[in-house]
Design a binder for this molecule. Structure first.
Ligand SMILES: [Zn+2]
Length: 334
C-alpha cells in the first residue's frame, strides 16, 4: 500500500520510511534523483498484463513483444497531464505486422497484435518480429482538441531503440528506456504461468539546457573519413545511463522485489525520491452502444453485407468481446 505522505524520500542517511518490501503490481512509480537532475518512472505489471495477453492466447514471442509495447506505453502515457489517450502502434513488414496499445488516462489499458504464425521462428528478437516500418505515438485529448502524432522509423531494432531514437530526434531530452517481459511459473498452480513485465524510463532534465546536449546516436550518412562532431555528455547523465544500464531484466520483472527496493538498489548513493504510484488496470472501452453507433455510421450497403445467418456479429479486437445484433438492430433494411 501507498504511504499517506504525498512522496517518500529514500536516502541512505535519513529514510522517511524503509522502502516497501511489498511489491505493488500494475502501477507506475515516478521518481527523482535530484542530485543528478534525473527524473523517471518505473512500471511493474502483473495481473493487468496477464489478463490482456492471456485473453488473446498469443504465442509466447508475440505476447512478449506486445508486453514490451504495453510497458513502453505506460512509461510514456502516464506522463500526460490531462485527460486523454496515448496510443502506441506499429505497422511493419515482419511476422508481427501490427500492434496497438491504447492507454486511456488515468489508468485504463488495452492492446492487441496481428501476426502471421507461419513466420514465427524460435529465438526471434523483438526487432526481427517487427521488421521494417514505423512506430507511431498519438496523443488524443478528445474530439475538440488537436491530435499530436510522433513517428519513428523501425528498421530491425527493438522498441527500446525506437524510443531512444524518438527522444533524441523529437523531444531532444536525454532519455534511456528499459523494457522487460517474462513468464512466471508457479508450481502451486499446477504449473500455470503468468505474464509479468517491468520497465524504466530515465530522463536527464538539468536546469541549464546546454548540459543536456547529446552525442548523436548514429554518425548518419557522413562519408568515411569525415571527422564527426562529438559532444561530451554531462557527467551526471553519464552516471545516470551507467546506472540504468546495470538493471537486469530479472530485476524489472521480479515479483518479490518491490519497485522502491529496486530504485533504492540503483540510486541509494545519490538519494532517490519516490512519488505516489499511479495504478493501472486492463479494461476495454468497447460497449454495445459504441458498436451499434459504429454500425449505423456505415453505408447501408456495407451493413447489409455484414448479415450472416440472419445476424450481425462484431468482435472487439482489443478484448475479444462478441456483440450480436439482429439485422433490424444493425439498421439493415428488411
Ligand atoms: Zn473491447
Amino acid at each position: 500500500m501507498v504511504s499517506d505522505s504525498p512522496d517518500i524520500k529514500i536516502t541512505p542517511e535519513a529514510p522517511v520510511r524503509a522502502p516497501s518490501s511489498v511489491p505493488v503490481d500494475d502501477a507506475v512509480l515516478p521518481f527523482e534523483v535530484a542530485s543528478l537532475d534525473l527524473r523517471g518512472r518505473l512500471t511493474r505489471l502483473g495481473p493487468a498484463l496477464d489478463d490482456i495477453l492471456t485473453k488473446h492466447d498469443y504465442p509466447a514471442p508475440v505476447g512478449k513483444l506486445l508486453g514490451e509495447a504495453i510497458v513502453l506505453a505506460t512509461l510514456l502515457g502516464t506522463a500526460l497531464k490531462f485527460e486523454g489517450r496515448f496510443i502506441l502502434q506499429t505497422q511493419t513488414d515482419g511476422p508481427v505486422s501490427f500492434l496497438i496499445v491504447d492507454f486511456q488516462s488515468p489508468d485504463r489499458l488495452r492492446a492487441y497484435a496481428r501476426y502471421d504464425a507461419r513466420r514465427l521462428k524460435d529465438g526471434q528478437s523483438s526487432g526481427a518480429l517487427l521488421g521494417k516500418g514505423h512506430l507511431a505515438m498519438t496523443i488524443d485529448q478528445g474530439a475538440d482538441m488537436s491530435r499530436y502524432q510522433g513517428l519513428v522509423a523501425l528498421d530491425g531494432g527493438s522498441l527500446e531503440d525506437a524510443a531512444h531514437e524518438y527522444f533524441l530526434r523529437s523531444e531532444q531530452i536525454p532519455t534511456r528506456v528499459r523494457l522487460a517481459v517474462g513468464e512466471e511459473w508457479r508450481g502451486g498452480d499446477g504449473g500455470k504461468h503468468r505474464w509479468r513485465a517491468g520497465g524504466m524510463l530515465l530522463q536527464f532534465l538539468p536546469k541549464s539546457p546546454e548540459r543536456a546536449r547529446q552525442a548523436d546516436l548514429h554518425p548518419g550518412d557522413a562519408p568515411d573519413g569525415t571527422v564527426t562532431h562529438t559532444v561530451a555528455e554531462d557527467d551526471a547523465w553519464v552516471e545516470g545511463q551507467s546506472l540504468i544500464g546495470t538493471v537486469e531484466d530479472v530485476e524489472l520483472i521480479d515479483p518479490d522485489l518491490s519497485g522502491e527496493r529496486l530504485l533504492y538498489r540503483l540510486f541509494h548513493e545519490r538519494g532517490v525520491r519516490v512519488f505516489t504510484p499511479l495504478s493501472l488496470r486492463a479494461q476495454c472501452s468497447c460497449s454495445r452502444e459504441a458498436v451499434s453507433a459504429m454500425l449505423k455510421s456505415f453505408a447501408p450497403k456495407d451493413r447489409a453485407e455484414m448479415v450472416k445467418d440472419d445476424k450481425v456479429v462484431v468482435t472487439c479486437e482489443f478484448c475479444s468481446s462478441v456483440y450480436q445484433f439482429t439485422p433490424h438492430e444493425a439498421g439493415v433494411e428488411e
